[in-house]
Design a protein around this ligand. Structure first.
Ligand code: B3K
Ligand code: ZN
Length: 855
């Protein structure tokens, strides 16, 4: 497959200021007439090139004249029309079959609905068009469909007219006054019910809000609606950004390749990010709904009003929008807990990507298939890069920078460089060296060692940075790394203020005066930079910070590092002091000043995958054994405490308040440790929680705890759960996922069996991710020394690729981490990648991921 390069960018040859689309909708045969007003862009004589993917032109007209087949040609799916004038009107007619579209890109059928997904390059599966984000058009869309089957017809913008047709059909017309790239086009037709509400914007305009779902799901839309209204108000307050159309609609669909899509005025969502009620959604699901609703809404400015010039600039909209949704969710709940969760995700997904064969900068230089670049790097590291700028500028100057960016580029297709320039000018800062964050891949490593001279009272911090080599980038330059630090006085447990240090050289020293005794270093507070910091802390320093640091993230981090050191020591066969961890856990759990949600986050042991990341060669079995052992010991030694917390946090009635959520989180953690301790009544206590719970957060956590063991309660709970939720797809996903993710000795065989379960299907991406996605994230099970886990995932990729390449390609990266494992596992992983690549007719998506993974 061809490689697309950032350096090859050229402005479009032809612009399309206006487009009128006419859809004659039918699941088996939909006819689409596209009428494009095109204008030559610059002085050239190149033909008009309209992208198409498996489209056959049934008619081509120029300025109303039907062309003969000799007057146009096809090249790699695209329609080429030679044109003589400066402006023309072009008309094409095509026919497609939405019900046969298993890729879920373009126009497809899902649960009786017809819906679209165009980002990144799905519009070319609907009609002939220059499918690139720098061609912006005003859209007028007419849809006609069977009225009984598709009573609701929605598209971008505002509804303008509708009416009935003969033969039980009807039509509707929607206009979107804001010029937009075609990846933001959307339509939905179906039998949908609406949760209708309104929002009055800061300038007093009324916006009609609608969340459209299947009638039976209406009671599950309240949380999404509240999240939408909160997002609209937040974007006005924090960024001064107001909504711009008279209507804002959201539609939930069951079959969707990712989370949701920000189509102008008509967001389309994976139903898992809209539907929530206490019976079926966990607190994590509720937070997911809130965060994704906000994310898509925020795209209206960061993505839609200002869009991307080309797909290499993807992080311009995604990194910024993730930063915005993270800030919003922090404001809605706890800043401390949100930051910990976000860093945990970054480390689990992005650090792994950045240290493997698929590492790429947040602004990549090339790709084969753009769908493969909707990555944790573009999104989450991209958000960290924005966060660093916000930190360096401070809130006021950052706001000046974003105001300038939105004002200067409104209605344009912009670049990452445009954003950085707006930050420089608006924020009055030089970001010259900082731009390396856009260019260089790989997670920087910072070594920090603090020394102290009692004679002078000077503490000296020596910092060294190194950015590892990544594919195509063997040598790296030192980056500009903002590090928040504080020096703690051991005796009082306090510090004299937090400072922002800019590390810009490969190695640098910073001095601090006035310390009679050696202080304790707290560094990268709030996770101010997305780097790996190695300090010269001993276990006593870490215990001190875990008890005294007033920066919640740093406090969490100290506890995690304390645990990591013990576990890595154990794995290496060294004598370690587990008692220090137990004491720190006890101290944290019993500190009345701490928020229960923060306690729960902090006392969790680091994940097996994170421990693997700390090792030169990952040993999944040794990691599992060491972690399990420590967990058992923490459980056993603090058993009365776990029982006490578990009893005390039992709520009387359900609430979604932060207090109630925090209590559930801590309760589930206590249950987990209690069961891990091995006490005989552990499974019975978990089963009772499973059975009595009035909410999914507690029920699912109890199920997950039981799923880790081999008790009789395990089977009983799984059966009951299945029978209770078998008809609710989103909840049944949890049944698959919980088993695939469990620390259960037979997980590999169980996953194989579940892949043949009658409720398993390859046509629903959520179901595939629940089983194979979860399994591939279960380090101990996936890396089973038999190699069977690798084969299961490879077979799934091969089968799924024939239906849905985009979702299949997402399962490849876990196999690509073979360099991190022992020779035997590495060889088996490579063999599976080769096996995948040998498959005839493999998609571009999977080919790119698998071949890069072998390099
Ligand atoms: N912009 C979409 C992602 C589209 C993914 C296409 N492969 C959702 C989002 O980030 O908001
Ligand atoms: Zn996004």
């Amino acid at each position: 497959p061809a490689i697309i390069r950032r350096s090859d960018y050229r402005p479009p040859d032809w612009l399309v200021p206006d487009i009128t689309l006419d859809f004659d909708l039918d699941p088996a045969a939909t006819r689409i007439r596209g009428m494009l007003a095109v204008r030559r862009n610059g002085d050239h004589d190149r033909p008009l090139r309209l992208d198409g993917d498996r489209l056959v032109p049934l008619e081509v007209k120029v300025d109303g004249q039907l062309l003969d087949t000799g007057q146009w040609s096809m090249e790699a799916g695209a329609l080429l029309i030679p044109l003589t004038g400066e402006s023309h009107s072009i008309e094409t007619l095509v026919e497609i079959a939405p019900e046969g579209n298993s890729k879920l890109m373009g126009l497809y059928a899902s649960g009786g609905l017809l819906c679209t997904q165009c980002e990144a390059e799905g519009f070319r599966r609907i009609t002939f068009f220059p499918d690139r984000p720098d061609v912006l058009s005003r859209y007028s869309v007419r849809m006609a469909a069977d009225k009984a089957r598709y009573p609701i017809l929605l598209a971008n913008g505002d509804p303008v007219d509708q009416g009935d047709l003969p033969d039980g059909r009807h039509w509707a017309r929607w206009n979107d006054p804001f010029p937009k790239p075609c990846y933001l086009f959307a339509l939905v037709a179906g039998d949908l019910a609406c949760n209708a509400d309104r929002f009055v914007t800061m300038s007093g305009r009324e916006v009609k809000l609608g969340i459209w779902v299947k009638e039976a799901d209406l009671p599950r839309t309240a949380h999404a609606m509240q999240a939408l209204k909160n997002s609209m108000a937040w974007d006005e307050r924090v960024y001064g950004r107001e909504y711009d159309l008279d209507v804002f609609n959201i539609v939930a669909v069951a079959d969707f390749n990712f989370g949701a899509m920000e189509n102008k005025g008509l967001n389309i969502f994976n139903s898992r990010y809209i539907l929530a009620d206490p019976e079926t959604a966990t607190d994590i699901d509720y937070d997911g709904v809130e965060g994704v609703v906000a994310h898509e809404y925020f795209h209206n400015w960061s993505g839609n009003r200002v869009t991307c010039r080309d797909w290499f600039q993807l992080s311009l909209k995604e990194g910024f929008t993730v930063f915005r949704d993270q800030s919003f969710s922090a404001d809605m709940g706890s800043h401390a807990v949100k930051r910990i969760e976000d860093v945990r995700i970054l480390r689990a997904a992005q650090f792994q990507e950045d240290s493997g064969p698929l590492a790429h900068p947040i602004r990549p230089e090339s790709y084969m298939e753009i769908s493969n670049f909707y990555t944790a790097t573009i999104y989450n590291k991209g958000a960290e890069v924005i966060r660093m700028m916000a930190l360096m500028l401070g809130p006021e100057r950052f706001r000046k920078g974003t105001d300038l960016y939105f004002e200067r580029h409104d209605g344009q297709a912009a670049t990452c460089e445009d954003f950085v320039q707006a930050m420089e000018e608006g924020g009055e800062i030089d970001l010259g060296q900082f731009r390396l964050w856009y260019e260089q891949a790989g997670t920087p490593r910072v070594r920090a060692s603090l020394s102290h001279d009692p004679a002078t009272g000077i503490a000296e911090l020596a910092l060294e940075q190194a950015v590892p080599a990544t594919p195509g980038q063997p040598d790296k330059q030192p980056m500009a790394i903002p590090l928040r630090v504080a020096l703690f006085d051991r005796a009082s447990g306090t510090h004299h203020g937090d400072e922002l240090l800019m590390l810009t050289e490969a190695s640098e020293r910073f001095s601090f005066k006035g310390f009679t005794d050696a202080p304790v270093l707290s560094i990268n507070r709030g996770f101010s930079a997305p780097v790996i910091v190695e300090t010269n802390h001993d276990q006593a320093d870490l215990a001190f910070l875990s008890a005294h640091d007033d920066d919640p993230f740093a406090r969490y981090e100290a506890m995690q590092q304390l645990m990591v050191n013990v576990l890595i020591g154990k794995i290496g066969g060294h004598a370690v002091d587990e008692a220090a961890v137990i004491a720190a856990v006890r101290h944290t759990v019993t500190d009345p000043a701490l928020d229960p949600a923060f306690i729960a986050e902090t006392i969790r042991l680091p994940s097996e995958a994170y421990l693997g990341d700390q090792m030169r060669v990952v040993d999944p079995d040794a990691i599992h054994a060491a972690r399990d052992g420590l967990q058992q010991r923490i459980g056993a030694e603090l058993e009365p405490l776990w029982r006490d917390i578990h009893a005390k946090t039992k709520a009387n009635g359900f609430s979604l308040s932060s207090t109630a959520k925090g209590a559930r989180k801590l309760r589930n953690t206590a249950l987990h440790y209690l069961v891990a301790s091995g006490v005989v009544d552990g499974p019975a206590v978990a089963y009772a929680q499973f059975d009595e719970a009035d909410n999914m957060t507690e029920r699912q956590a109890a199920l997950a705890t039981l799923a880790n063991g081999t008790s009789a309660e395990r089977e009983a709970a799984l059966d009951i759960f299945y029978n209770r939720y078998r008809d609710d797809a989103l909840t049944l996903d949890k049944w698959f996922q919980t088993q695939a993710f469990a620390f259960y000795p037979e997980t590999v065989d169980l996953v194989e069996e579940l892949g043949r379960h009658r409720d398993f299907t390859m046509t629903n991406p959520n179901r595939v991710r629940s089983l194979y996605g979860a399994f591939a994230g279960n380090q101990w099970a996936f890396h089973h020394k038999s190699g069977k886990g690798y084969r299961l995932v490879a077979d799934c990729i091969i089968a799924l690729d024939k239906l849905n390449p985009q979702t299949a390609a997402r399962l490849v990266p876990p196999l690509g981490r073979w360099r991190r494992f022992d020779d035997m596992r590495g060889a088996m992983m490579r063999a599976e990648l080769q096996h995948i690549l040998a498959e005839p007719g493999l998609s571009k998506d999977v080919t790119e991921q698998a071949s890069k993974s072998l390099e």
